[in-house]
Ligand binder design. Structure first.
Ligand SMILES: [Zn+2]
Length: 477
C-alpha cells in the first residue's frame, strides 16, 4: 500500500467510525415437541462463559447525549460478558455482550484482529454486541464530533478504551479455556414497556397509559431467551434480548440502565448464572415514561420477570450444530458534502455541526476525496442447530428490520440483534426513511459520516446482505 493509500484508508476508517409478530402455525405445532428443560449435557454442545467488570476508575465522561457528564455515583458495575460455543465438529463462535453505548469501527477492528491472531476466529465467528446504554463510558472513535471534549478527555477515552479492549480479549481467552458440555434451550416471552418514540409524544405517554389507552406505532415486545445448563442440569448462563433504547436515565450515574438491572436481577435470582443482554432493533423505541431511577429499576424488573417466566416453563431444546457467515454491506449516501455546504457550518451550525464541518474540511484540504458510500456495514448470521437463527445487524436498526427478518425466517426461530459489531449510525427501514424524522432523517453527520442521509435503498442493501449471510450459514457442508 502506498503512503497515500494508507492515508486514504485511515481517513476512510475514521469517517466510517466516527464516521408484531405472532407465533406461527408451525411454531404452535412444535409446541408438542417442547421438553422439560433438564438435559444431560451429552448432545454435543460445549460452552464457555466469562465476564469482566468494565466500570471506569477515571473521570471519563458518560456517553450518548453529547454533553460533558462526569461520573458522580456508581449505581452498579457495568460488564463485558462472553459466551463461547463449540459444536460437535469443533466449530467455535464467540459472542461478547457489553453495557456500552457504542463500539466504533476502530474498536471492533482492533478486537477482531487480536482475536483472529490469537484464537484464529474469523469475522463470522465473533459477534460483539453492545446494549447502547447511555449511562456508560465513552469509547474511542464513537461519535467523535458529538462531545465538547478537550485533549485531556480524549486521552481518558483512549486509556479507558485500551484497558477495556484488553479486558475483553482476556475474557474471551478465559471463556475458550473453560468450555464444558451444555444443553441449550430457547423460548420467548413478552414485555411491554418499550414505546414507539416516533409515533408517541413523550409528554403524552403517562396520561395515555393512565387512561388505559393504547399507544401508536409498531413495536417488538418479544423477549427471546436462551438458557444454558451444564451436565448436572444446573443453569449456568442466560442470553436474552429486548428492542428498546437504554435511555431511561441521562444523569451522572454509572449503571447499565434497564438492561443492567435486568441482568443483576437474574444473577441474584439464579446464583452462579451469567446473564447476558442484547439490544434487538430498538432504534425507534424508548422506555417511556423515563428519567427516574425508580422507572429504570421498574423496567429492569419487568424484563427480568419476563425472562424468569420463560425459563420457569419448559423450553425448546436447540440441537447441536453451528454455522456462521459475515459480510460488509455497502450503504450509499444520498448526497456527499461539499466545501460550499461545509464552510457556512463551521461558524453558523450547531457545535456538533461545526466540529464535524471543520473535520470534513480538513480531510478535503488534504486533497482526499470523501467516499460516496459507507463500505463497512456489518451483517452476520449464526445458525444454531436446526432451531435457531441469529442475525446480527450493525448500528441502530429500527424495529422494522426485526419484524421483517422474523417474518421471512420464522417467528420464534429468528433473533435479530441490533447494535452489533459497529455503531455506524441510525439505520432506517424504507418506511422510516420515507417518513423522515430523527431516525430516518439527515443526522449522519452526528456519527461522523461525510453525508447527512443514507440513500433510499438502505433497507434493500441490508436485506440483500442478510439474505446472503443466512443462505451461507444454512448451506449444508
Ligand atoms: Zn440511539
Amino acid at each position: 500500500m502506498s503512503s497515500r493509500s494508507i492515508l486514504i484508508f485511515f481517513c476512510l476508517l475514521m469517517i466510517g467510525i466516527s464516521a408484531e409478530a405472532k407465533i406461527s402455525g408451525d411454531e404452535k405445532k412444535d409446541q408438542n415437541k417442547y421438553v422439560n428443560s433438564t438435559g444431560d449435557g451429552e448432545n454435543g454442545w460445549e460452552a464457555g462463559i466469562s465476564r469482566r467488570v468494565l466500570s471506569p476508575t477515571t473521570d471519563v465522561w458518560l456517553a450518548g447525549y453529547g454533553t460533558r457528564r462526569t461520573i458522580e455515583e456508581k449505581v452498579h458495575d457495568i460488564w463485558a460478558k462472553v459466551l463461547a460455543l463449540k459444536d460437535p465438529r469443533g466449530k467455535q463462535v464467540v459472542m461478547v455482550t457489553t453495557d456500552h453505548q457504542g463500539m466504533s469501527r476502530l474498536i471492533y477492528e482492533d478486537l477482531f484482529q487480536k482475536l483472529n491472531e490469537r484464537f484464529h476466529l474469523d469475522r463470522s465467528e465473533f459477534m460483539l454486541t453492545f446494549s447502547h446504554n447511555h449511562s456508560g463510558p465513552r469509547l474511542r472513535g464513537d461519535l467523535v464530533d458529538y462531545y465538547p471534549s478537550d485533549d485531556e478527555e480524549d486521552k481518558r477515552v483512549d486509556e479507558y478504551s485500551d484497558w477495556m479492549e484488553g479486558q475483553i480479549i482476556e475474557a474471551v481467552a478465559e471463556a475458550l479455556n473453560n468450555l464444558q458440555p451444555v444443553d441449550m434451550f430457547k423460548g420467548e416471552g413478552e414485555c411491554d414497556f418499550a414505546v414507539n418514540r416516533r409515533d408517541n409524544k413523550e409528554s403524552e405517554v403517562p396520561e395515555l397509559l393512565a387512561a388505559g389507552k393504547s399507544l401508536k406505532g409498531v413495536t417488538d415486545h418479544y423477549v427471546p431467551v436462551l438458557s444454558l445448563k451444564n451436565k448436572d442440569g444446573k443453569l449456568i448462563a442466560l442470553l436474552f434480548g429486548y428492542a428498546c433504547h437504554p435511555t431511561t436515565l441521562s444523569g451522572n450515574q454509572l449503571l447499565g440502565d434497564y438492561p443492567g438491572f435486568a441482568q443483576i436481577n437474574l444473577e441474584n435470582r439464579y446464583p452462579g448464572v451469567t446473564a447476558m443482554f442484547f439490544n434487538a432493533c430498538g432504534a425507534d423505541m424508548n422506555p417511556l415514561p423515563r428519567r427516574t431511577i425508580e422507572l429504570c429499576e421498574k423496567y429492569g424488573k419487568m424484563l427480568s420477570d419476563a425472562v424468569e417466566e420463560v425459563i420457569e416453563k419448559p423450553m425448546f431444546p436447540v440441537s447441536p450444530g453451528l454455522r456462521s457467515a459475515f459480510r460488509f454491506v455497502k450503504l450509499n449516501y444520498e448526497e456527499v458534502v461539499t466545501v460550499e455546504k461545509l464552510k457556512p457550518l463551521t461558524t453558523g451550525g450547531s457545535d456538533i455541526q461545526s466540529r464535524w464541518a471543520r473535520r470534513m474540511l480538513n480531510v478535503l484540504d488534504k486533497g482526499l476525496v470523501l467516499p460516496s458510500a459507507y463500505h463497512y456495514y456489518p451483517v452476520m448470521a449464526w445458525q444454531l442447530g436446526k432451531e435457531l437463527l441469529f442475525i446480527g445487524t450493525g448500528g441502530e436498526t429500527v424495529v422494522d428490520y426485526s419484524l421483517r427478518f422474523k417474518r421471512e425466517y420464522g417467528v420464534g426461530n429468528t433473533w435479530v440483534f441490533g447494535y452489533t459489531n459497529t455503531m455506524v449510525a441510525y439505520i432506517p427501514s424504507r418506511r422510516v426513511w420515507e417518513e423522515g424524522g430523527y431516525e430516518g432523517g439527515p443526522h449522519l453527520d452526528e456519527y461522523g459520516h461525510p453525508a447527512w442521509r443514507w440513500a433510499g435503498d438502505v433497507e434493500d442493501q441490508i436485506a440483500k446482505g442478510v439474505h446472503e449471510v443466512v443462505r451461507k450459514a444454512r448451506k449444508k457442508k
